[in-house]
Design a protein around this ligand. Structure first.
Ligand code: SF4
Length: 453
């Protein structure tokens, strides 16, 4: 998985009103959905003992930063944010500043020297550590593990339309460029029954779409004492009454079995959307990346998916400028994406992450060349998306409405395509058919057709 770092300034909101103890927390999150889900868990814990969230760190009684190191730019943003807190910490020394996420390594003394104003560095798998700065959490001790990992995006907070649920932590792969296994450890699946309970709770609270999360989400279950699988989990979660849509992120091609794809095709709630990172289209580059599959393996999984779900949309991740990537090898990636035509491609320029295998190799593709390759793929993808979306003109798609953007309702299709439309009614959290009247490479515009459900 090569998550694209994004910043979230809001924590999750708990739909259940809890006694306000007058204290405020501010959580700043950067990185993948897993970090967002962890931040939501921290928010839920703090809310459970009476804290409330604030967007203003100046009025917070605790500030938590959830960090990402998957790219240098993300790590730089965390360092910038930490340094920006020095003044606040000087004015209010009693306010704990906490750092969690992938930046927190076992060598916390190094971080401590670099950021002496931080009160606590804690490993994201060890939430109990928070008790050191929030003693009230001790009262929850027995229940900490039971608190939901739910995540309610800001736009949808009132109606809790969508939620992320982590199902497996860590990663057993050792892709040569990736820091995740060093920071998140080996794969650890959550018990199936616990996940199903959590989803049922979310649905009770109004959530209509759940995304199951993991760095290698389709590895789910192999490490459990009673061995399970993603296919088995999908079946169990699909059976939760009232759940409309089910997704999962991010899959590894090696684990994308026929059984999982067949199960996706069979279950009504599972969306016809596959997120399957390829990273490169050249087998030699894939070998050096230690991805453990070939270009043909990846193509085969996409072809099988499309054979079982002809309307399936495909998202993938690509890294350009990996050490030693020649122009010819890059052209293999370009040709692959032109041939397969994905609905979404998350593009990244390679940057070495200290501690990984590839960081020991010369970063020998000049930055300007990485940018050129990035642009070339971007241009190709824009053309692909333009064509694909144009084919949707005049069709009617089912949209789950997640909120408003620039005065228009916004939501996603089952294939995860963004749709915007005008409607005088309050359709937040509703499923609504929308007839597509205009297309762009990145989203669709349309008119509501039919009764919101
Ligand atoms: S090591 Fe590979 S499979 Fe594991 S999280 Fe990193 S990129 Fe994904």
């Amino acid at each position: 998985m090569a998550p694209s770092p994004t910043i979230t300034l809001h924590p999750a909101a708990s739909p259940a009103p809890l006694a306000d103890n007058g204290k405020r927390f501010h959580i700043w999150t950067i990185g993948c959905q897993m970090n967002e889900a962890d931040s939501a868990k921290i928010a839920a814990m703090l809310q459970e003992v009476g804290y409330r969230s604030t967007d203003d760190e100046e009025e917070a009684d605790i500030v938590v930063l959830n960090s990402c190191v998957v790219r240098q730019a993300a790590e730089d943003k965390v360092a910038g944010k930490l340094n920006a807190l020095i003044g606040l910490k000087r004015r209010r020394p009693e306010m704990p500043v906490v750092l969690t996420g992938c930046m927190v390594t076992r060598q916390q003394e190094v971080l401590g020297k670099r950021f002496p104003h931080v009160d606590l560095f804690f490993d994201p798998s060890d939430f109990d550590q928070l008790q050191r700065v929030v003693p009230e959490l001790a009262a929850l001790d027995d229940d900490l593990g039971q608190l939901p990992h739910y995540y309610l995006p800001a736009a949808a907070a009132e109606s809790s339309v969508t939620a992320f649920v982590p199902i497996i932590y860590g990663c057993n792969f050792l892709c040569s460029y990736c820091i995740v296994p060093y920071r998140r450890g080996r794969e650890r699946s959550r018990p199936l029954a616990e996940i199903v309970r959590e989803v049922a709770t979310l649905v009770d609270r109004g959530v209509r779409e759940v995304t199951l999360l993991g760095q290698t989400v389709n590895a789910y279950g192999h490490d459990l004492p009673e061995r399970s699988s993603l296919a088995a989990l999908l079946r169990a979660v699909d059976a939760v009454p009232g759940l409309e849509r089910l997704r999962f992120l991010t899959s590894h091609p090696k684990y994308m079995s026929d059984e999982i794809i067949e199960t996706m095709a069979e279950l009504p709630s599972v969306c016809e959307h596959m997120n399957l990172p390829v990273q490169a289209g050249d087998d030699q580059v894939l070998r050096r990346m230690r991805r453990t599959y070939t270009r043909e393996d990846w193509k085969d999984r996409i072809a099988f998916t499309r054979s079982r779900m002809p309307s399936a949309t495909i998202a993938t991740d690509v890294i350009v400028g990996f050490p030693g990537e020649t122009d010819e090898q890059f052209r293999q990636t370009l040709a692959l994406l032109a041939e397969v035509e994905c609905d979404k491609v998350h593009l990244a320029m390679y940057s070495p992450r200290p501690g990984t295998l590839s960081a020991r190799w010369p970063d020998d593709v000049p930055h300007i060349e990485k940018q050129r390759r990035h642009r070339e793929l971007e241009t190709l993808q824009e053309q692909v998306c333009t064509r694909m979306n144009e084919r949707r003109l005049g069709t009617t798609v089912e949209v789950l409405v997640e909120g408003k953007a620039k005065g228009r309702w916004t939501g996603r299709t089952r294939g995860n395509t963004l749709v915007h439309f005008d409607d005088g009614r309050n359709v937040l959290g509703k499923l609504i058919d929308v007839q597509i009247t205009e297309t762009s490479p990145w989203f669709l515009l349309g008119d509501p057709a039919g009764v919101p459900r």
